[in-house]
Design a protein. Structure first.
Length: 212
C-alpha cells in the first residue's frame, strides 16, 4: 500500500473534524424533529441539549489547529462539550466520545476505528445498563459498532458507511418497541411507536460521514 493509499484509508484528524461538522449541521437542521420525538417519549429537552453541546464542540474545534492527524483529539473535544450538557443523554454521549478520545494519537486504521468504537459503546452499555431491544441509543450504537469491529472494510469511509446502514436499521427498529430504560419506560405502550431520539442521533452521526 502506498503512502497516499494508506492516508486515504485512514481517518485523519481533519476528516474527523469535518465529520463532526457535518453531524453538527444535521442536528441543527433536525433539532425540532429530535425535540418532537423526545416530547412524545421523554421530557422534550433532548434536541436542545444535543444541539447546544454540538455548538460548543464546534466552537472548540474551530479554535484548535492541532487536530490535523489526531482524530482522538477531535472526539475528546466533542466529549468535553457533551459532559457540560444537561439531561440523561448528554453524559452518555460525553462518555462515548470520551472513550473515542482515548484512541491512538495518530490517523486511525479500520482496526483502530473498530477498537475505539468497541470500547466506547461497551462503556455506554455498562454505565446505562441498556441492551439492544431496550429502546435507547444503544439500539443504534451496537449494530454500528459490530460492523466496525468486524474489520472487513479496506478504508474508514467504507467501514463507516456500512456502520451507518446498521445504525439506521437499529434506530428504525426502536419504533414499535416498549422502552426498558429512560423516561420512555414510564410511558409503556403510549410511546411504543415513537423512534428513540438518541438512536436517531447516533444514526445521523454515522450517516454524516458520507458527506465528508
Amino acid at each position: 500500500m502506498t503512502e497516499g493509499t494508506r492516508a486515504e484509508a485512514e481517518l485523519s484528524g481533519e476528516a474527523a473534524k469535518a465529520w463532526l461538522t457535518v453531524f453538527s449541521d444535521r442536528v441543527a437542521a433536525g433539532v425540532d424533529e429530535l425535540t418532537d420525538l423526545d416530547r412524545r417519549a421523554g421530557d422534550g429537552d433532548f434536541g436542545w441539549n444535543i444541539g447546544s453541546a454540538l455548538e460548543r464542540a464546534r466552537a472548540g474545534l474551530d479554535g484548535d489547529d492541532r487536530t490535523g492527524e489526531n482524530p482522538a483529539r477531535v472526539f475528546q473535544t466533542v466529549s468535553d462539550a457533551f459532559l457540560a450538557s444537561g439531561g440523561t443523554s448528554g453524559p452518555l454521549f460525553g462518555l462515548w466520545f470520551g472513550r473515542l478520545g482515548a484512541g491512538p494519537e495518530r490517523p486511525w486504521s479500520v482496526v483502530d476505528l473498530g477498537a475505539a468504537f468497541g470500547t466506547a459503546t461497551e462503556a455506554v452499555r455498562r454505565l446505562g445498563g441498556a441492551e439492544v431491544g431496550h429502546k435507547t441509543m444503544v439500539d443504534a450504537m451496537v449494530p454500528a459498532t459490530d460492523v466496525l469491529t468486524s474489520g472487513t472494510s479496506d478504508t474508514w469511509r467504507e467501514a463507516v458507511a456500512e456502520a451507518a446502514r446498521a445504525a439506521r436499521a437499529g434506530a428504525d427498529s426502536t419504533g414499535g418497541m416498549i422502552a426498558r430504560r429512560g423516561r420512555a419506560s414510564y410511558l409503556g405502550e403510549r410511546a411504543q411507536d415513537v423512534l428513540d431520539p438518541g438512536a436517531v442521533a447516533v444514526a445521523w452521526f454515522f450517516e454524516a460521514a458520507e458527506d465528508v
